[in-house]
Design a protein around this ligand. Structure first.
Ligand SMILES: *Cc1c(COP(=O)(O)O)cnc(C)c1O
Length: 217
């Protein structure tokens, strides 16, 4: 079933849209099934669960950390993580820089935006994010590479609402790209869209969707 689900999702994606298979809460065997179909990019939201999968599974998997990351957990994933998607503060970014340097590597990150209606969702407001970029500290971080933005839309059936949040994310990406990353080709990732809304997301400019239950459930 994972095989069929995965291939159905792939078929529905526009070319150039990266699929991150979100394997959280699913066993190693589920990742192996997707791996056998050629999937190499997976996302997890808990450090311990990720560690077990990282240790067990083939090393050519690219792991993305998609959940809220506590600063005291950065050191555990820094040796091997490919991308940390939900960076929501300068404090966290500084710790990623510190740990990446220790490991003599560069870690790709995304800036997590809060655009949804729910208060509970994490991420920076556009204003907080503008402020972080304007302060300019990130320019001195040689081991952190800001590759784009990430966000989650409101958990609602109101498609117009979801669409307006995705479009706000796209506009914000364009604004920041123009202002800070015009000549930086690695600033290119618009990470939005999950199982329930990734088709809308890709209509609204997403080029990086995080799909879990649609593949693994
Ligand atoms: C769980 C999760 C997903 C995937 O959600 P599905 O609805 O299972 O596709 C995507 N992004 C984040 C940040 C998640 O926590």
């Amino acid at each position: 079933m994972i095989k069929d689900n995965l291939n159905a999702v792939r078929t529905s994606l526009k070319s150039g849209v990266q699929l991150v298979a979100i394997s959280k809460y699913h066993p190693v065997s589920a990742v192996e099934e997707a791996y056998a179909e050629g999937q190499r990019v997976f996302g997890e939201s808990r450090e311990q669960e990720l560690r077990i999968k990282y240790d067990t599974l083939p090393k050519d998997i690219e792991w993305h950390f998609i959940g809220h990351l506590q600063t005291n957990k950065v050191k555990y994933i820094a040796p091997y993580i490919s991308m940390i998607e939900a960076v929501d503060s300068m404090k966290l970014m500084k710790e990623i820089e510190r740990q990446a340097e220790k490991n003599q590597r560069t870690i790709d990150i995304l800036l997590e935006l809060h655009l949804a209606q729910e208060e509970t969702k994490s991420g920076m407001t556009p204003e907080e994010c503008r402020q972080l970029l304007a302060e300019g500290l990130w320019r001195e971080m040689k081991h952190v590479r800001i590759c784009g933005i990430m966000m989650m839309a409101s958990n609602t059936d109101d498609e117009a609402q979801i669409r307006s949040e995705f479009l706000a994310a796209r506009d914000f990406f364009d604004e920041v790209k123009e202002q800070y990353f015009k000549d930086d080709d690695s600033f290119s990732v618009k990470s939005y869209g999950m199982s329930g809304d990734y088709l809308i997301a890709q209509e609204c400019g997403s080029n990086h969707v995080r799909v879990g239950s649609r593949i693994f459930a």
